[in-house]
Structure formats: C-alpha cells, structure tokens
Write a protein that binds this ligand. Structure first.
Ligand SMILES: [Zn+2]
Length: 276
C-alpha cells in the first residue's frame, strides 16, 4: 500500500500512519482542520449550517464527526459535503458524515462523482476490495469554476484532473488573523507509481489533464495553502507554529508556489523517464 502511494516529488506517505487522531484546530475565522494526522478534512462554519470538505478514509470519517463535536458543533448541521477526489483515502469517510446528517447535499465533479457513487469502483488504476468503500450518491454534479455558497462561504471548484480525472481543487476567501486571504485546498498532483503517461496512458488524456492542471494551479490565488494530505502543505510544522502563537501559520504563498514547482518538476521527470 505505501509503495502505491509514493507522492510525486516529496516523501512517501506512510499509509499505516496517516489516520492517527489529532486534535481539531482553527485555521482561520470559522474554518477548522477536522481530519487525521495526514488524511485531511476541513470544517467551514456558518449560521446557515456547516460545510465539510473531504471525509478521509473510513477510520478518518469517524474522527471527522467526533472532531466536529469536540469543536462544539453538531454534525447533524452539515448541509454541504465537498470532496477533493474519489480515492478511498478521501472519500470512504463521506458515508459516515452523511449518516450523521442525512439531509446534506454531496457535490462532486462529473468524472469523480460516479466513482464515489460506486464506492471506488471504476477507478482506472486502484482496483480491488482494499480500495473500495461504502458508496454515497452525489446530489449535485459540479461544473469547473462553479461556486458553492452557504451562509457567507463561497467555495469555488476547479477541476484539476490527472491524479484522478475529476480531481477538484478548492479556493475560497477566508479571514486569517484579521486579514482576508485566499485559501486553497489542493486536490493532488501526485503521479502514483504505476501511472502511465505519454503513449499508453492510465486513462486517456491523463497527460494533457496534468498539463492543464499545472497551468491552473500556478495561476490560482494561494495564500492559505492547504490540501487533501497534511504532508502537501507541511501541516505538522505549521500546526506547531500555530500552537506557539503564530495565528497566520497557514498563510504561506511562497510554500504554495514551491510545492507546485516541485510537483511539476516531478511530473516532467516521470514523463521523461517513461518516454525517453
Ligand atoms: Zn488520491
């Protein structure tokens, strides 16, 4: 499992260690981290109800619900459920969140939605029971550039395919330490070991999808840099800084640019390796 989940360019993800419970914490005004040690999930709070972005894996899903309670909110008040992508480590927990708030609406991209509805079945690469999960049927199919609004929150979906065909990166304005900032939750740009680029593709169009996504990512505003995995944005170190009193610990536009530069270089190196 860990070998499959080598991330593009940076350290390997340790799958045995990625769903360790962590205490939820505040990132900005009315936005909290409610995920696990590496599998991320975010809570957006408003008077009109709650928004959750990503469910983690099945273990993380239960932590997300518990973390929402720990913060003093009612998981039944989740009205909108969003997702970065259909892989089990971000979508298997969605079912548990929906169990606690059966009336919520799940938004998913046109390409990833049907795979979430099929519990992971239909992914062109991750095949087998260990990758499958409890299905949830999306209520709304997102268009690229669509903004989801609730109680003052406005989160915009950017379909940035490659890692999965419908991989969705989210951007939103958020107030951090008294300043309005541009937040970004990165979907994933990881070229999993075994993905085929160039002549024979993991899915038709994966190479051009990655190309288009890197152009999008480099153009998106990114001040509060977040992602579907904590390791993408150096969560542990930033969390320590936050605990030490740095209220804008997650404001890191330079880190965001450096991450995308590294991820693009890793993608290009892998393309070259496969297409000498
Ligand atoms: Zn993934």
């Amino acid at each position: 499992m860990a070998a499959v989940f080598m991330s593009g360019g940076s350290s390997a993800q340790d799958a045995s260690n990625w769903a360790t419970p962590v205490k939820p914490f505040k990132i900005g005004e009315n936005v909290y981290y409610v995920g696990a040690s590496d599998l991320a999930a975010y809570l957006f709070v408003s008077k009109a109800g709650l928004i959750v972005l990503d469910g983690g894996d099945a273990v993380t899903g239960r932590q997300v619900v518990a973390n929402i309670r720990t913060l003093g909110f009612d998981p039944a008040q989740v009205k909108v459920l969003l997702n970065t992508h259909q892989h089990f480590d971000h979508a298997a927990g969605l079912a548990e969140i929906k169990r606690n708030a059966p009336g919520l609406k799940l938004f998913a991209s046109a390409a990833d939605g049907p795979i979430i509805a099929a519990g992971g079945r239909g992914d062109p690469f991750l095949k087998g029971e260990r990758f499958y999960y409890e299905p949830v049927k999306p209520d709304v199919t997102l268009k690229d550039g669509q903004t989801v609004k609730l109680g003052g929150w406005a989160l915009t979906a950017h379909v940035t395919g490659g890692h999965t065909k419908g991989c969705t990166t989210w951007t939103f304005p958020v107030t951090v330490a008294g300043k309005v900032r541009q937040g970004l939750v990165h979907c994933s740009s990881s070229v999993l070991s075994g993905y085929k680029l160039g002549k024979s593709e993991t899915y038709p169009g994966i190479t051009s999808d990655f190309e288009k996504s890197f152009a999008t990512w480099k153009a998106l505003p990114c001040e509060v840099f977040l992602g579907s995995h904590g390791q993408f944005f150096g969560m542990d170190a930033k969390r320590k800084a936050l605990d030490a009193g740095k209220l804008d610990a997650f404001v890191d536009p330079a880190g965001c640019r450096a991450f995308y530069a590294g991820a693009e270089a890793a993608f290009r190196a892998e393309f070259k390796r496969q297409n000498p």
